[in-house]
Design a binder for this molecule. Sequence first.
Ligand code: BV8
Ligand code: ZN
Length: 253
Amino acid sequence: MNEDLQRAAEILGRAERIAVLTGAGISAESGVPTFRASDGLWEGHRIADVATPRGFRKDPRLVWNFYHQRRANVLQVEPNPGHYALVTLERHWGNHFTLITQNVDGLHRRAGSERVLEIHGSLFRTRCTECEETRSCGEEPLAELPPCPNCNGLLRPDIVWFEEMLPEEIWSQAIHAAENCDVLLVVGTSALVYPAASVIPRAKRARQPGATVIECNLTTTAVSSDVDLGLYLPSGQTLPILVEKALESRKFD
Ligand code: BV8
Ligand code: ZN
């Protein structure tokens, strides 16, 4: 493992442009359940009932309860060293660093990441089902079926449900970052959900030579065949060491 970590740090230290794709696994050590682990979020709820437009139309109260609960849970936890390590990377690579997250938990922003592409939206934003107005909803509690302050229409979480398109502008920025990076770090994702998981093949094949892909996960995943270097330990432990060593090796380049 140490050898791999050293090699990954040298690759990262030499990177001109870094892109990172994160999934639920980076928040696991903060205490936020992942989606497919046995204590996953979907326990007791079928995806179709709580994370699709049809589910919301059928029972908006059930869906809002699911999201109120997740929002309340996330407000009880803190970012972990894995989130903070990515803040350090952003601070050193500036706008040559892009963080693409599938997570809606807001922990990257709370850790201090500034430019976060939240391709699946956020628990801390609502969108009106009538006038489409989006508002950030911080820590204040929301009514059970929150009305739009603008038109009194029913608000929904500003989250991308299954069978919904990703926010166009944010997704095109994510594709641009994936296709122009020379190192892609893939952290804590099973890479089963599309089009998010297409970030990895895009980074590999958009240009020749493609990006070097480093995967940080507990296990190999659906995209491990595209991965050049796998670091299979908890990201809260691996990322801080990886970033520290990358900065050290960068100093001596
Ligand atoms: C779309 C918001 C175009 C919700 C999410 C049929 C009809 C329509 C579409 C489809 C279809 N069949 C397939 C599709 C495409 C579908 C899809 O991909 N489905 C999957 C289930 C196969 N995608 C969509 O629908 C997308 N839209 O395609 O639009 C379209 C439109 C109409 C018709 C056709 C096409 C929209 C996808 C967005 C869905 N919304 N989130 C919410 O969060 O409530 S996705 C949701 O699940 C999360 O955001 C996240 O992205 C995903 C879960 O994935 P992960 O983050 O990877 O989490 P997971 O638990 O799976 O893995 C955790 C990993 O961490 C594991 O590998 C684990 O080993 C690792 N780990 C754990 N602990 C640690 C760790 N690693 C490191 N350290 C640790 N400590
Ligand atoms: Zn409205």
